[in-house]
Design a protein around this ligand. Structure first.
Ligand SMILES: [Zn+2]
Length: 279
């Protein structure tokens, strides 16, 4: 599936919708970050990508018209940092939400316009609506291209892998709530921050919700058979289906599950050792 994606490649996905792949493939980014270009005369960029001169050049070359707006889904380092160079070159206006505290955030990200849920960017060619989707990151926005019902999902939904929920900024309950919110929208296509387009939006959302709930059931079962263990101890029990090289990130999502279960009153901890809540 990912064999067709090459860094720097410009792909015309639909009339007025283009994609440039950033040169940052990896275990967490799949083929790399997708930068989307919307519009033919006046262009909005969604997720300019990592700080990479090569990528900024590819985006500038790929834009069919003047870049007027740069929208950011969230401020992880593979999504927002190129906004600075791109805005510096083009004078485009940067839109999004400021970075929360924490590692792997672009702390200095400073949008000229702060977008709240349901706010719109209206251009001569299209309207984009911001959908606040906390969970992967507290400041995460998806963007709905209203005329064709395409949703640009950033890291809320990736194609080809499940996203990491890294507490405290990542929050599993919020992630599930944000997935369910997508089901209230009219959607034809999901355009993820990593991987290919997804043309079965509702089935994809349902699969992710189901996958997370199955994982939660796995965590509950692991606590039943392995009480008073740390999250690190529980990873090989709960994540038997993934490679050991991913256990370091899996422990973050496992912690997110445990914290949700703690909030739900179903798990409790004592000095970072977890067990089921006694009835
Ligand atoms: Zn991210």
């Amino acid at each position: 599936m990912n064999g067709r994606l090459n860094p720097g490649q410009l792909t015309e996905l639909a009339p007025g919708i283009r994609r440039v792949l950033a040169p940052n493939p990896g275990p967490m980014t799949g083929p790399g970050t997708n930068t989307y270009l919307l519009g033919d005369r006046e262009v909005a960029v969604i997720d300019p990508g990592p700080a990479s001169d090569t990528h900024v050049d590819a985006v500038l070359n790929g834009a069919p018209g003047t870049i007027k707006w740069i929208l950011v889904t969230h401020t992880h380092l593979d999504h927002s940092p190129a906004a600075r160079a791109l805005a510096g070159t083009t004078g485009a206006k940067v839109l999004g939400r400021p970075a929360p505290a924490g590692a792997s955030q672009e702390a200095g990200f400073a949008p000229a316009r702060l977008l709240d849920n349901d706010e719109r960017l209206v251009t001569g060619e299209f309207t984009l609506r911001a959908v606040h989707t906390p969970g992967h990151a507290s400041n995460h926005l998806c963007y709905l291209l209203e005329k064709c019902e395409w949703l640009f999902t950033g890291d809320h939904i990736m194609n080809g892998s499940t996203v990491v929920i890294n507490p405290p900024d990542g929050n599993m309950q919020q992630y599930l709530d944000s997935l369910r919110r997508l089901k209230t929208l009219r959607l034809q296509m999901l355009a993820p921050g990593h991987g290919e387009l997804i043309d079965t939006p509702y089935a994809a959302v349902d699969w992710i919700i189901e996958h997370r709930l199955q994982r939660e059931a796995g965590v509950l079962a692991a606590l039943q058979t392995n009480p008073d263990k740390s999250a690190v101890d529980l990873v090989p029990v709960v994540y038997r289906d993934i490679g050991e090289h991913l256990h370091g990130v899996a422990v973050r999502s496992l912690l997110a599950h445990l914290l949700k279960l703690e909030d739900d009153g179903r798990a409790q901890r004592n000095a970072e050792r977890w067990r089921l809540t006694e009835d």
